[in-house]
Every structure is written in structure tokens, then in C-alpha cells.
Design a protein around this ligand. Structure first.
Ligand code: TMP
Length: 208
């Protein structure tokens, strides 16, 4: 494989992305693909610290400050992890990437879409995912999955916020060809098989 592949997972809270990321990585590794599994915000020392600030450390945050913090984590991640892995021909599976800023900061918080896209362009150095897997789920159901554990700063937002986020994702899914949309309330294994077959088809088609 000459150049790597960037596969991103997106979805509202509780959509089961992390489980599906791990299952996909396992299957691709079994088939001898070199896989990098990573996440945003995170994936680097800086990104993991920024993640703590964004999710658990402070309550008061302006929407634009929030956008910049996610973008700071993203730029570091792009330079330290994503670009080198692409150059080595690896398959990167990333739990959230630039579309999260569109869904959460533009649709959710109400920031101007062009501003968010401009910041994303800087933070990603214009690297777009090859495939984006959207796990769609009613936010009420997703948040219901968190019963019994403390919510983070984003999860604590009201239902209207989370509905706007979902709407944002669905609009992106309609607009962008790289999106594959799945219903997240399917059985975990069944969903995994559907995702795996689409991803393998893509990798084989491109001659991986
Ligand atoms: P998660 O990856 O564990 O789902 O948590 C990350 C949280 O951060 C989630 O609520 C979505 C949010 N987020 C944004 O609002 N904008 C972003 O750009 C990213 C990457 C995540």
C-alpha cells in the first residue's frame, strides 16, 4: 500500500464508536494490515491533557475557546500521528476527527459553519478522511446508556444540544460521499460485520 488510509468513526454520545473501533482494528490486524488506532481529542501527550480540560476540568468555556482547544489537540495529532502513519502506508482508525467539530461546535454550539471549517482546515492541514463511519443514534437512547456513571462536560448538555449534533451529522452524511451511515442500535456483532465488509471492500478496491 503506497499511501495510508484514514478511517474515522463519528456519532452522538453513547453510539458505541469505541467498541466498533476496537473490533474493526482487531479484524484488520488479523488480515495483516498495519493499523494505528487513535482518538480525538487525544492520541498525543498534549491531546490527552487538552481532553481532560475539555471534558472534566473546567465548566466555564466560551464556544470559540472550545473550538480552539479541540483544534489545538487536532493539529498536534495531525503532525505527530496521522501524517507519519499515512506516509508509512498504515490504516488509521480514528475515534472522532474533524466532523465532530462541525457537529458539536457548529450545529451544537451554533458557531458559524465557515469559521469551524476554516479552523478545521488549519488543524488538519487539509487531510480529509477516506471513509467516515457514522453511527447514528437517537440521543435520548445514547445518553440513556450512561445511567449510573458521572457525565462529562459535553454529555451534560441538554437534549436539544444533542439533537442538533445528531442533525449535523445526518446532514454531513447526506452531503459528503465519504460517509457510510449505520444504525447504532443494531446488535454489536451484526453492526461490526456490516462495517467490516464495507471497509474491506474499500481497501481491496483501492488495491491494499
Ligand atoms: P468521546 O470521544 O469519548 O466521545 O468524547 C469526546 C467528546 O468531545 C464528545 O462529547 C464529543 C466532543 N468533541 C467535540 O465537541 N468536538 C470535537 O472536535 C471532538 C473531537 C470531540
Amino acid at each position: 500500500m503506497e499511501k495510508g488510509v484514514l478511517i474515522t468513526f463519528e456519532g452522538p454520545e453513547g453510539s458505541g464508536k469505541s467498541t466498533q473501533v476496537a473490533l474493526l482494528a482487531q479484524e484488520l490486524e488479523k488480515r495483516n494490515f498495519k493499523v494505528l488506532c487513535t482518538r480525538e481529542p487525544g492520541g498525543t501527550a498534549l491531546g490527552e491533557e487538552v481532553r481532560k480540560i475539555l471534558l472534566n476540568k473546567v465548566e466555564k468555556m466560551e464556544p470559540l475557546s472550545e473550538l480552539f482547544l479541540y483544534a489545538a489537540a487536532r493539529f498536534q495529532h495531525t503532525v505527530e500521528r496521522i501524517k507519519p502513519a499515512l506516509e508509512k502506508g498504515q490504516v488509521i482508525i480514528c475515534d472522532r476527527y474533524l466532523d465532530s467539530s462541525i457537529a458539536y461546535q457548529a450545529y451544537g454550539r451554533g458557531l458559524d459553519l465557515q469559521t469551524v471549517e476554516m479552523v478545521n482546515n488549519l488543524a488538519t492541514d487539509l487531510i480529509k478522511p477516506d471513509i467516515t463511519i457514522l453511527l447514528d443514534l437517537d440521543p435520548e437512547e445514547g445518553l440513556g446508556r450512561f445511567k449510573g456513571r458521572e457525565l462529562d462536560r459535553m454529555e451534560k448538555e441538554n437534549l436539544l444540544f444533542h439533537r442538533r449534533v445528531r442533525q449535523g451529522y445526518l446532514e454531513l452524511g447526506n452531503r459528503e460521499e465519504r460517509f457510510l451511515v449505520f444504525e447504532a442500535d443494531l446488535d454489536e456483532r451484526e453492526l461490526h460485520s456490516l462495517i467490516l465488509s464495507k471497509v474491506l471492500y474499500y481497501l481491496v478496491e483501492r488495491g491494499g
